[in-house]
Design a protein around this ligand. Structure first.
Ligand code: THU
Length: 132
């Protein structure tokens, strides 16, 4: 699975975004270390604060199916620049690997890549308090 393929899967996933309030559909695809891919799209709610970002939808699907380590995540939306994950999603994803490659994209074909640890310096992780 290469990066272009992962972005393509995220584009497909975006079609299922439920974003009637913002009108901003986001799609994601997470490649796990065991080779499995999990997709996500944002799911909004009439109580706006309950809305879920696409990244956390995909991450929750992956973890609840047994994947604990993420190799990479592709994120795509129809914005002027490649779609970066929000701060809350950076923290959520860091739980499953700060080395994760984040592939940000938009529908114009612009792509930007960064390691999660560079998007969230000094991340608070379980290593702070667990002796693993
Ligand atoms: N959103 C995501 O799903 N992922 C991001 O990386 C940025 C924002 C969603 C949340 C909300 O449904 C909509 O985009 C507008 O903020």
């Amino acid at each position: 699975m290469n990066e272009t393929e992962l972005v393509k899967i995220a584009i497909e996933a975006r079609q299922e975004a439920y974003a009637p309030y913002s009108g901003f559909g986001v799609g994601t695809a997470i490649l796990c270390e065991d080779g499995r891919v999990f997709t996500g799209a944002n799911v909004e709610n009439a109580v706006y604060g309950l809305s879920l970002c696409a990244e956390r939808v995909a991450a929750t699907k992956a973890v609840s199916e047994g994947c604990r380590r993420f190799k990479s995540i592709a994120i795509i939306a129809d914005g002027p620049t490649p779609c970066p994950p929000c701060g809350a999603c950076r923290q959520f994803l860091a739980e499953f690997g700060v080395e994760t490659l984040v592939i940000m994209a938009n529908t114009n074909g612009d792509v930007r890549k960064a390691k999660l640890k560079d998007l969230l310096p000094l991340a608070f992780t379980k290593e702070q308090f667990l002796n693993e």
